[in-house]
Ligand binder design. Structure first.
Ligand SMILES: *[C@@H]1O[C@H](CO)[C@@H](O)[C@H](O)[C@H]1NC(C)=O
Ligand SMILES: [Zn+2]
Length: 514
């Protein structure tokens, strides 16, 4: 007798109950679990609805469109001169009138610092601030968590720590440090564990367990990145004395530690230029047919729009796979306006003069800078040394994730920037950098990651303004902006609406597309 013959009579009596159980479990019980999991994830009870306004940013241009959302996806984008009617049995229509409906912003440069430095910033507070700022996805930097994210184990630990604490989707850059830069196994493990790419520093990072890499270290990682089709992001400063020592002597007397000019002089443009020169040399390997064809080099937070930018332009023109970002604070502020001791403006590379700010805007508008990020880099308030006002000793990093959209809009619209250009720099281009094909535009089949905002509404960030990031020290304090976020949707879930967040944090870690 075969095994099958033995089982047959046994199964005969059980077949129908088993089948009923399986069908019942699949149809009734499983959806129940999913529904429960989802409860509290959205301020809107509907899972099928339509957003409408006269100014929707689509891939066909800006105009009156309805955007239909079902579950987590956009299922249609339709041009129509009037809002569809809300009818019984039809999906709910949310008519936002003349407000802008746009793809959610994607911020590929943020420091959430959890686990390990959660008193600086955490998943919960950082992503609450992001959601309130119209940001639907961020990619987190491998520092200043503790430990820094330089191995597979550290990344897995970090992803675990984010569970139930993120209001938006969060991806992760892995860290490239000298210890592992020449060890393909460690790098491949890190990329396999979910790092969307790598990040390194060419100067001291300020964090002991994240030492600087040389151009050679970076070069060694490129063939590994090429295999995965992922980028390396590089902090582009090297500690290199400026060619003209007189440069350091300009400005304020060296004794005045509260002088912004003194801080500015301590990190001259030549640091940025020299780092980028070295970096663009190794980026040649990414050219078609090169040993790292398929890898990509991304320059983070460009602050100098003169010599440094010229070198990047040249590398692009010669076929290297290179992109560059600048940050909202370089576009919003100028060195001359930074008061003595105002260390909330300290970041590296430093905010330069207003002439340079205009050149950064020109470079964006001319298509020479690819995208914008916040480089949200908080610390505890005491590390900013606000009373002492010592620019050299204070922690360098600006908290601004919640204000990226209004700051970009206010300063950009004054210089002729269109809403579509802003959307490209804040959504489409970063989606491309991080390889997020389901995000970045409002199109059929894409994730329903959406921000609705009012370009005309203005507000002052004062002591009463609700700030959601953990340490409420920010360069944006005291400034007036236009561009108010009305509501934010992440994969179809309404996570923020005018001062209110969804009861639960239901964002997901972003895993690489392979
Ligand atoms: C790479 O790093 C791992 C983990 O530290 C180590 O076991 C391995 O020997 C290293 N490989 C090389 C080639 O150095
Ligand atoms: Zn940073």
């Amino acid at each position: 007798m075969e095994l099958g013959d033995l089982l047959r009579p046994l199964l005969r009596g059980w077949t129908i109950p088993l089948l009923l159980f399986t069908v019942g479990y699949t149809l009734v019980y499983l959806p129940q679990i999913e529904k429960e999991l989802d409860e509290g994830c959205s301020l809107l009870p509907d899972t099928h609805f339509v957003l409408y306004s006269k100014r929707v940013v689509t891939t066909q241009g800006i105009g009156p469109y309805s955007v239909e959302v079902e579950g987590e996806r956009i299922v249609s984008v339709t041009k129509r001169s009037e809002a569809p009617k809300s009818l019984p049995g039809k999906p709910r229509v949310l008519d936002y009138g003349n407000a802008v409906i746009m793809p959610g912003l994607i911020d590929t440069h943020v420091h959430l610092n959890e686990p390990g430095r959660v008193e600086w910033e955490g998943f919960l507070t950082g992503t609450m601030a992001a959601a309130a700022g119209g940001i639907t996805a961020v990619v987190d930097m491998p520092l200043n968590s503790r430990p820094t994210i330089t191995t597979k184990e550290h990344l897995e630990n970090k992803i675990k720590a984010s569970k139930g604490k993120i209001f938006i989707d969060v991806g992760f850059w892995g860290g490239l440090v000298p210890e592992y830069a020449h060890n393909a196994t460690v790098l491949e493990d890190l990329l396999d564990a979910g790092a969307l790419g790598l990040k390194s520093f060419m100067c001291p990072s300020g964090i002991n367990d994240f030492p600087a890499t040389t151009a050679k270290d970076i070069q060694a990682s490129l063939p590994v990145l090429a295999k995965y089709g992922r980028p390396i992001l590089v902090h582009q400063e090297v500690v290199d004395p400026p060619a003209d020592p007189a440069h350091l002597m300009q400005g304020e007397p060296v004794s005045n530690a509260r002088s912004y000019q003194r801080y500015l002089n301590s990190r001259p443009i030549s640091w940025e230029t020299e780092a980028v020169r070295q970096l663009m040399e190794v980026a040649k390997d990414t050219r078609s047919g090169g040993v790292a064809d398929g890898a990509h080099v991304h320059v983070v937070h460009l602050s100098d729009a003169t010599n440094t930018l010229s070198i990047i332009k040249e590398a692009k023109a010669e076929g290297s796979s290179v992109t560059v970002e600048t940050c909202a604070h370089y576009l919003a502020f100028a060195a001359e306006d930074i008061p003595e001791g105002a260390t909330q403006y300290k970041c590296a590379p430093p905010i330069r003069d207003s002439r340079n700010r205009e050149l950064l805007w020109k470079a964006l508008l001319d298509g020479e800078i690819d995208m914008i990020t916040s480089d949200h880099s908080p610390s505890t308030i005491d590390l900013k040394l606000l009373e002492e006002g010592d620019f050299l000793k204070a922690w360098g990093g600006i908290s601004g994730i919640q204000f990226s959209l209004p700051a970009t809009w206010t300063h950009g619209s004054a210089r002729g920037m269109s809403i579509e250009q802003m959307s490209n720099w804040w959504s489409a281009a970063p989606a491309k950098l991080a390889n997020l094909p389901r995000k970045g535009t409002l199109e059929f089949g894409k994730d329903a990651d959406i921000v609705v905002w009012d370009p005309e509404a203005s507000f002052v960030i004062d002591g009463h303004y609700p700030i959601y990031f953990k340490n409420k020290v920010t360069a944006y304090m005291g400034h007036k902006y236009s561009g108010k976020v009305i509501t934010t949707f992440v994969r179809g879930r309404q996570v923020f609406e005018e001062g209110l967040h969804s009861p639960k944090a239901c964002g997901s870690p972003i895993h690489p597309v392979v």
